[in-house]
Each structure stands twice: as C-alpha cells, then as structure tokens.
Design a protein around this ligand. Sequence first.
Ligand code: SF4
Ligand code: SF4
Length: 278
Amino acid sequence: MAINIINMTTKRKPKLAVWKFASCDGCQLSLLDCEDELLAVVNKIDIAYFLEASRNVVRGPYDISLVEGSITTQHDAERIQKIRKISKILITIGACATAGGIQALRNFKDVKEFVSLVYAKPHYIETLDKSTPIASHIKVDFELQGCPINKHQLLEVLSAFLYGRKPNTPASSVCIECKRRGTICVMVAKGIPCLGPVTHAGCNAICPSYCRGCYGCYGPMETPNTASLSARFSRLGANEENIVRTFRTFYANSEPFRKESEAHEIEEAGSKKSETRI
Ligand code: SF4
Ligand code: SF4
C-alpha cells in the first residue's frame, strides 16, 4: 500500500476532521475514549472538525479525515464526494464505513417493505435500496475494521499516517489472539460455534476469554476460509438457518460473509440458492 506522507516539518499541526454518516457514533467515541492518550494526540494534531466533541469548526481542507458510517441516502452519496475533495488522507473506521454495517441487512431484502412496516408515514422517508461502504463511492486510503474499532488500533493508524509508514494492524484472525493470551478454544473444548477463525484480529479475543464464541464484530480477516468453518458449524449441530444468521450480523455485507450466508440460504422451494464451497 502506498502511504501518503503528511509534511511534519512545517510549524502548522496537521488538521484532523471526523465525519459521520449512517452509524451509531460508537467509533467516533473510540477517539474520545482515548483519555490518557488524548493530550498526546492534540499535541500532534489539530482536531479541526469533530462535531461530536466540539461545535468549533476550523475550515478545510484537512490533512486526515476519519469517516464513520455507511452511505444510505442520495445526500450521503453526494456529501462523501465533497469530503474526499477536501481530505488529503481519508481513513474509514468501523463496520458501517468499511462494510455497510448492521443496516446493510436491508441489502438482502426489499427496503420499501421495511420502511412501510417501521414508519407511520413512509412517504417522508428518502433512502437508497442498499447500505454501502464508503469505498464503494470514493478512493479510501485505509480501512480500520471493528464494531466499534479498537482505540489502540486507531492511535496506531493515526501515528502511522502522520509519520508516513504502514499501519501495524495485523490481518490475522482472532484465533491468533486467543493463542497469544492463552485462552482455551471454546469451539474445541466446549463445542461452542465461534467465528474467530475467519474474523480480523484487533479486540484481543474478548469473547472467548469470557467463554463465548466470537460473533465476528471485527469483520473478515484476510483470505478467510468461511466454507470450512460452516462445515465445522454443521458438525456441531447448526442448521442452514443458524449458519445464515451467524454470518449476517455486523459484517453481513462484507464479501466473504455475504457469500457464505448466501451459500446457505434456502429458497422457498427448499433448495439452496447456491452450493456450499469447501
Ligand atoms: S475460541 Fe474461537 S477465536 Fe479462540 S481459538 Fe477457538 S475458534 Fe479461535
Ligand atoms: S465478537 Fe469476536 S471480534 Fe468482536 S469482540 Fe468478541 S471476540 Fe472480538
């Protein structure tokens, strides 16, 4: 990956902007949650646009933009183009921005049906048929996965871009984190289904450390073997519907999880929509 370099030799501190699209705000809060590290961050960066933290706005252009949330309206689709134009480096943060988020469950159904069921006056609602990640609309310099993201990974990514190096956010699986912290595998020891073998590292394997399976909130790791894991789930007693639901949560719209859930979807006639690949 080619890394844009911010000129740190000028007296001016690099300007950071934080933007929100369709999301719950949890990833933006990860920045505020830095607490001990926040003073060091503002020492190096001018937080110029961050409406969740301050009404004070410094006009762009910006050196780094962090973008949270997915694109769900025509207005969003136009706004993200403008943000790209005024951002030297643009980093997407979280499941919504990197994969469409939980709201991308609409992508598997007819959104008009949801709108008519949820809203008393559906004709006031203007929405796109699908929830899509930011990278489907503009060039993105880096995607940081997680729901929400890990604050230490966020600090690492910001430092990396400030100093023109590649961020150290390993694309290995949650299983590696289990091994590093000495957590006994819940799938092997207790037969609990766990998405850890196909899920991106970053949380330090929190759920298995509390004796529960991972449900994939950090999204797919690099080259995940989802078909093999589904076969393991079947041997543990999961039926096709269980497997579809397992892959359809926070990262339902990411390509590997979407394809795996579709491979197990049963058509009304009872046949599979597509064959399982092992
Ligand atoms: S508990 Fe889950 S994440 Fe941990 S080693 Fe087992 S399968 Fe992997
Ligand atoms: S669901 Fe998986 S990725 Fe998310 S916090 Fe739990 S172990 Fe980590």
